[in-house]
Design a protein around this ligand. Structure first.
Ligand code: SF4
Length: 236
């Protein structure tokens, strides 16, 4: 960290106040530098590789309650067999189950994939809607998935809050919330819009590799001069 950055970090951070937007801008800048050599989260990789909002939507669905190392190969197996809603509807549900196994709830998700494809074809003219409220009308699509489709599928602003974004935003002391839903609305009010698209992937990657749920590696974290480490118990 250069001396100018250190001065901002130390002089403006107190244990009592929440981080301000200059400080979160600095956190984002430092995390981007630190993560250059770390892999993107699976849905971000799907967005970059396939450039298809539909495949991002399906991959988001597969990622729910599933680890990234399972989500990405399952997505690739399915997309190698079918990469459009029409093609996916032609695959029997039992075959989709086999292709996406062992993602969590693979039986329900295979059925849901058929239902979503059918709905998109009939209600949305075979297109994924670019609107949060419309995305939320699709069966099985919650706020996390809908926001991620906007950011990773369409490159539009959205705030996707998963367990990593909720945990790290609170640990940093940028917001103070109890639930992921509160976190989304708090970030919508506070986080400058220019960071909305990248915020999820940055914090997911950081949460998977450094700021882990148990015993985060604070000693090697480039933002430990800024982070208030709220409710961090044991750390390395
Ligand atoms: S200093 Fe520790 S708690 Fe704060 S972001 Fe870094 S790893 Fe997480």
């Amino acid at each position: 960290m250069n001396s100018f950055i250190s001065v901002i970090a130390r002089s403006e951070t107190t244990k009592q106040s929440l981080l301000n937007n200059d400080q979160i801008a600095l956190v984002i800048k430092l995390l981007k530098i630190a993560m250059r050599d770390l892999p993107d989260p699976s849905v971000t990789l799907v967005g970059k590789k396939y450039k298809s909002p539909f495949l991002v939507l399906i991959s988001c669905l597969l990622s729910l309650r599933t680890r990234d190392e399972t989500t990405l190969p399952a997505s690739e197996r399915l997309f190698a067999r079918a990469d459009s809603m029409q093609a996916m509807l032609k695959i029997p549900i039992s075959e989709i189950q086999k292709l996406i196994y062992p993602v969590g709830f693979y039986k329900t998700k295979a059925l849901r994939i058929h239902e979503i494809c059918d709905d998109l074809i009939h209600r949305f003219n075979s297109k994924v809607p670019e609107d949060l409220d419309q995305l939320l009308t699709l069966k099985g699509v919650g706020r996390k998935t809908a926001n991620l489709v906007l950011t990773e599928g369409f490159g539009k602003p959205g705030i996707c809050v998963d367990t990593h974004v909720h945990r790290i935003s609170n640990r940093l002391g940028y917001i103070k919330t109890k639930t992921p839903e509160e976190t989304e609305f708090s970030l919508r009010k506070k986080l400058p819009k220019e960071y909305w698209i990248e915020y999820n992937a940055l914090l997911v990657t950081w949460g998977q590799n450094v700021c882990k749920p148990i015993s985060p590696i604070c000693s090697k974290c480039p933002v430990n001069n800024i982070c208030q480490r709220v409710k961090v118990g044991i750390s390395r």
